[in-house]
Design a protein around this ligand. Structure first.
Ligand code: AGP
Length: 604
């Protein structure tokens, strides 16, 4: 999630912009920039890395008197974290900052380039400012050009745009990414992608809604809706607590990140789904030439995502796939063949065991790819190819949205491979693309369900342990559910293939052994049901999760009926995340910073 700030007023604007961006650092970023306009003259500063680098570049710059400015911290989604790709982006005499993804940027860029427009960056954002200046040639005024620009944008955006001929005006628009406008008694106007950037600088704000756009100037704010009708300005008081602002009202970052899964999955999918194919612009199909096997390698939650992928790659792409725990792979003197694509999966891109495994694969001469959430991380820089998951910064140590976006990317990749290898009917690929498009709504948290899980959690605070069981892709999901519970509640939990119960584990069955059973309707339902009944018959306490009622369970979480097991997967994932979190909260644990754990294990 990028950070956006804007300012209109008479104070020294540089420090206001940088201070605002500092309040947004918690969102994660890899580059930053500001553009200031005073007396029709621009000043621009951009830097890769942390804000101190930007401050160093702008240290001799100050303004006196009225000016306007926009600022941005960038989390790379399109294009590497470089100064050229950092925002603000320049046209001829306009600058823009943007948060979100312009889904149709490639066709807009091609059309503008055909008219001679020169692009400097690899970003989707740059098309906005060039499109604006294209319309400026024929529009009645700058605001008209801005309106015409918005009409052509598809995707998610929060935009601030300034033009040197309108040196007192900031144009803004909001669609799918947050944008807040604040004002204070001094008549200053501030913009922010989160109210954390505005706290202490203004007292009342407007939370823009999708389709809202307009402009701010010393005269005030003009706001319009998507039907181009004026919207009355309704200000509300601004929260005072910065930390709760960063958590946006949630109790923990983990809770916020579970609720964010809907939006970030929309980002993950953005620009990658065509009607009949999945398309990763960052992947050269050459990468798969001569490849007859895929080896996935990761740690922890990312390893669970890799396990899910192994089912999907073999089922959809009919390609031999194996999965390795990185810390084991490094030392077991593996037998590798040159026709293997080595794929590492890592949220941070810095996990020591995974990174060393990647280096081993490269040393063997294998082609390599990384599925990662952090551009410019060690693994992204090292691998032959990378696919970014676009989850934005994940503050909670217990991974949630990173896992969701990893599985989403891997599901898409299995379909992309199936298309290349003609191993799935086109109709089936189209059907699963349709299902992928439903994921953002599938993972939207239902408040009644959350409340049910909160109430239920009080019954699972003791006992001598948990089994999480499932079959097929629900086995790695069971492992993930067990890990979530372990790492934030400190209660013992094990994930098992439900068919393994009779091979020993069932000896543990008694009323104090809690079994969380994943019972999808569309994948091995009857087999799984009989496994659960074996446990129930031995008086284990059963909590079943299924769209179908199950009378042998002590507790039952009813999920929404869906048409495919992968949709059931994502819905059950949210249930497991919330249940673990609510149990941990009841136990009084620090959900975001569990004991003994680090967000990224960069040492062995
Ligand atoms: C999962 O909740 C943990 N944070 C941990 O297992 C994590 O998935 C593992 O350390 C791998 O981290 P990575 O994805 O950054 O490589």
């Amino acid at each position: 999630m990028c950070g956006i700030v804007g300012y209109i007023g008479v104070k020294p604007v540089k420090q206001i912009l940088i201070d605002g961006l500092r309040e947004l650092e918690y969102r994660g970023y890899d580059s930053a920039g500001i553009a200031v306009l005073q007396n029709n003259t621009f000043s621009l500063f951009k830097a890769v890395g942390k804000l101190v680098n930007l401050e160093e570049k702008a240290k001799n710059f100050e303004t006196e008197g009225f000016s306007i400015g926009i600022g941005h911290t960038r989390w790379a989604t399109h294009g590497k974290p470089t100064e050229l790709n950092a925002h603000p982006h320049l046209g001829e005499n306009s600058y823009v900052v943007h948060n979100g993804i312009i889904e149709n940027y490639q066709e807009l860029k091609a059309s503008l380039m055909a008219q001679g427009v020169q692009f400097l960056s690899q970003t989707d954002t740059e098309v906005i400012v060039h499109l604006f200046e294209h319309h400026l040639k024929t529009a009645s005024d700058a605001f008209d050009a801005f309106k015409k620009t918005l009409v052509q944008l598809e995707g998610a955006y929060a935009i601030l745009l300034i033009n040197s001929n309108e040196s007192g005006t900031i144009f803004f628009a909001k669609h799918g990414s947050p944008m807040i406008i604040g004002r204070n008694e001094a008549g200053e106007i501030l913009f922010g992608s989160s109210d954390a950037a505005l706290i202490g600088k203004c007292h009342e704000v407007i939370y823009l809604e999708d389709g809202h756009y307009g402009y701010g100037s010393a005269k005030g704010i003009s706001l319009f809706d998507q039907n181009h009708q004026p919207v009355a300005l309704r200000f509300s008081p601004l929260a005072e607590n910065k930390l709760s602002a960063q958590k946006e009202g949630y109790r923990f970052f983990m809770e916020k990140e579970i609720y964010e899964q809907s939006r970030v999955l929309a980002d993950t999918l953005m620009g990658r789904l065509r009607d009949e194919s999945v398309y990763f612009e960052e992947i050269d199909p050459e990468l798969f030439q001569g490849i007859n096997e895929i080896k996935l390698c990761a740690c922890g939650t990312s390893y669970h995502a890799a396990m899910v992928a192994s089912y999907l790659f073999e089922r959809h792409a009919k390609i031999k796939t194996s999965v390795e725990i990185a810390s084991e792979f490094r030392y077991r003197e593996p037998f590798l063949t040159q026709d293997t694509l080595f794929v590492v999966i890592s949220q941070s891109g810095e996990t020591a065991d995974t990174l060393e495994s990647l280096k081993m694969a490269k040393k063997f001469g294998l082609k390599t790819m990384v599925i990662c959430n952090v551009d410019n991380s060690s693994m992204v820089r090292l691998a032959d190819a990378s696919i970014l998951t676009r989850a934005g910064i994940e503050k909670g140590v217990a991974s949630t949205k990173a896992f969701a976006t990893q599985v989403c990317v891997l599901w898409m990749l299995s379909l992309s491979l199936a298309g290349e290898r003609h191993t799935l009917e086109a109709s089936e690929i189209q059907n699963q693309i349709h299902l992928l498009r439903t994921l953002p709504s599938t993972v939207t948290v239902d408040s009644a369900l959350h409340e049910q899980l909160r109430r239920l959690s009080k019954r699972y605070l003791h006992g001598h342990g948990f089994f999480f069981i499932g079959r097929d892709v629900f086995f790695p999901l069971a492992l993930e559910g067990a890990l979530k519970l372990k790492e934030i509640s400190y209660l013992h939990a094990e994930g098992y293939p439900s068919g393994e119960m009779k091979h020993g584990p069932i000896a543990l069955a008694d009323p104090k052994l809690f079994t969380i059973a994943l019972l999808p309707q569309h994948k091995l339902y009857d087999k799984t049901k009989s496994n659960i009944e074996e446990l129930s018959a031995r008086d284990s306490t059963i909590c079943s999760i299924s769209p179908l009622d199950f009378d042998k369970a002590d507790d039952h979480i009813r999920t929404k009926p869906s048409e495919h097991y992968m949709c059931e997967f994502f819905e059950m994932m949210v249930v497991l995340q919330l249940l673990s979190m609510e149990i941990a909260i009841r136990l009084g644990n620090d959900v975001d910073m569990p004991r003994n754990l680090a967000k990224s294990v960069t040492v062995e």
